[in-house]
Design a protein around this ligand. Sequence first.
Ligand code: MN
Length: 161
Amino acid sequence: MKCNLKFSLLFLTILFVACTNKQPETAKQKTEPTFPKGDKITNNNFTGTAWLQMLITNDSTYNTSIGNVTFEPGARTNWHKHPGGQILLITDGSGYYQERGKTAQRIQKGDIVKIPPDTEHWHGAAPDNGLAHIAISPKTNKGSVVWLQPVTDKEYGLIGK
Ligand code: MN
């Protein structure tokens, strides 16, 4: 009898600890961005509001620049091309990637986009959702990004139609 009481108390104690140690679901789901959002982009190479944090600045050892770019809904790059190509790692939200003459591709968190050298394209957020990506620009010794004209509201509005 005494023994049973001991085990009951032990069981209740374990149950109590197990229950009170449980993290609230919201605390688990809320995550902070891995890299800083950086500064608002103020040049004319973007439409809408976008942010840039350089993570790796180009140098002659790596010939690579890496930046974290965050687009607010509707924001996008101008048309442009990279002499050494580019790789995008989509880290949050959803948006679009389009090569000149091709249909825009939907991109979202977890996607990886490989952009061939000297290929005109743009990337940016969906009209109703933000987008964040890490942009890796390799082989910078072949030349730096060539900026072209903005993606017009008409071009942007044609997505998915
Ligand atoms: Mn690009």
